[in-house]
Ligand binder design. Structure first.
Ligand SMILES: [Zn+2]
Length: 437
């Protein structure tokens, strides 16, 4: 029995092979079988007309929070992965800061098995760097790798102890796996809740200075150089101009440093926080860490994306319950529900003429796959048929209440965006299909 799907007449963009043109894509038995003009149609093949749409490899996300086990009231693996599919993602890497941090091989294996039982979207696990993510001693990195971890991170907090960081670099280097680092100097961050600057001052809120992020990145680059560049250091959610410059300079020195940026740090600024919401003089849905920054920082992050300093767009999808956000800014949870707006958000850069479509697709597919060594992010014949079909021009209004994610927390609720995922295939099987409501 041959399950075949023929996607016809779409603009096929596969950055890994350099393909950008109108083609047909034939999927047979869960794999890309052929790409060409007028590909032969096997008997019984389902034909989908993709004229006017982009056909690309399914997106790869190096950074999301799926909350299970422990906080299923915010998100479950099932709801999170359904939201990922709706956003065009077919491979996502979850962070280990669940209630029970993912710091044992048993937990890593459990999450992977659970995810495979509820979704076609491939879930890869980023395991903890330190036991309990407490920053005091290393987690069993070798055992975590054996259980399938693709990278290590204490995301949510920095690895503040220099000697733990040095030990992590050595251990990860021996395993050949990257460290994904949440960079925040705790002394400089000192209880800040939004970007330090005029908006925070006007709102009377404590600021998170750019220096908190930059000092920690500088330390980790210095340690990496000290250790002879033996591990890949991946800087999570870069948000400041200084951070981009640090990564750029480290790459120029030949150090194995890489970076990701989120859709919000590429498109939104801190003045959005001053919009009244839910009976308060500010919008807690903008509260995220690192915070939304000033325009000059956003411009620097875009420049980093354009010149290859930033090789991946990662969502930092961070679902929360309504109660987590309906609080004073100081007490509200950090994080934005991202999967279902990610594509349309970054497409604003394309519609504004800032970034070409193939470059954006590259940072969502081949770029991140390369950084974490994932077998994903291409349509070359023989590859697993992880495919997204999207309409880059379709206009829609964000309705957070309709999100498949358990997290409805987005400052984009009600915003008009352009770009809609029409179809997501994971392993050649429909994981999401848009239907007019
Ligand atoms: Zn983080």
């Amino acid at each position: 029995m041959c399950a075949a799907i023929l996607l016809t007449n779409g603009r096929v963009i596969d950055p890994l092979t350099g393909l950008d043109g109108v083609r047909d894509v034939l999927v047979v038995d869960g794999r890309v079988a052929a790409i060409g003009h007028g590909a032969p149609k096997p008997d019984g093949a389902q034909v989908l007309d993709c004229a006017g749409f982009v056909v690309a490899p399914g997106f790869v996300d190096l950074h999301c929070h799926l909350r299970e086990p422990g906080q299923e009231h915010k998100e479950t693996l099932a709801s999170g992965l359904a939201a990922a599919a709706a956003g065009g993602f077919t491979t996502v890497c979850c962070m280990p800061n669940t209630t029970l941090p993912l710091d044992t091989p048993t937990l890593v294996a459990w999450v992977r098995e659970q995810a495979a039982s509820v979704s076609l979207v491939r879930l890869d696990v980023i395991a903890a760097i330190s036991a309990g993510q407490a920053g005091e001693r290393l987690a069993p990195l070798r055992d975590l790798a054996a259980a399938g971890a693709v990278a290590f991170s204490d995301d949510g907090r920095p690895v503040w102890d220099d000697s733990v960081m040095r030990a992590a670099l050595r251990a990860a280097g021996e395993l050949g796996l990257p460290l994904s680092l949440h960079e925040e100097d705790r002394a400089l961050a000192a209880g800040g809740v939004m970007n330090a600057g005029p908006v925070a001052e006007r709102l009377g809120l404590r600021g998170l200075p750019n220096a908190a992020e930059e000092r920690m990145i500088a330390r980790d680059i210095a340690l990496l150089a000290d250790e002879g560049g033996r591990a890949r250091v991946h800087i999570a959610h870069v948000s400041t101009a200084g951070a981009v410059e640090l990564v750029r300079a480290a790459k120029r020195r030949g150090l194995p440093v890489s970076a990701e940026a989120t859709p919000h740090h590429l498109t939104l600024t801190d003045d959005l926080a001053a919009r009244p919401w839910d009976g308060r003089p500010y919008d807690t849905r903008t509260k995220v860490n690192p915070p939304l920054r000033a325009r000059a920082d956003v411009e620097a992050v875009i420049a980093g994306l354009l010149d290859g300093t930033i090789e991946a767009i990662a969502t930092d999808h961070a679902p929360h319950s309504a109660a987590d956000k309906q609080r004073a800014y100081e007490q509200a949870a950090f994080g934005i529900s991202l999967f279902e707006t990610a594509l349309a958000s970054v497409l604003t850069l394309y519609h504004d003429g800032r970034v070409a479509l193939p470059a954006l697709v590259e940072r969502l597919t081949a770029g991140p796959a390369r950084l974490f060594g994932l077998d994903a992010g291409t349509l070359k014949p023989g590859a697993r048929a992880d495919i997204v079909v999207f309409d880059p021009d379709a206009e829609w209004t964000v309705d957070a209440a309709a999100f498949l994610s358990g997290g409805k927390n987005t400052p984009l609720d009600g915003a008009r965006l352009r770009g809609r995922v029409m179809l997501t295939l994971a392993g050649g099987v429909e994981a999401y299909k848009w239907t007019a409501s």
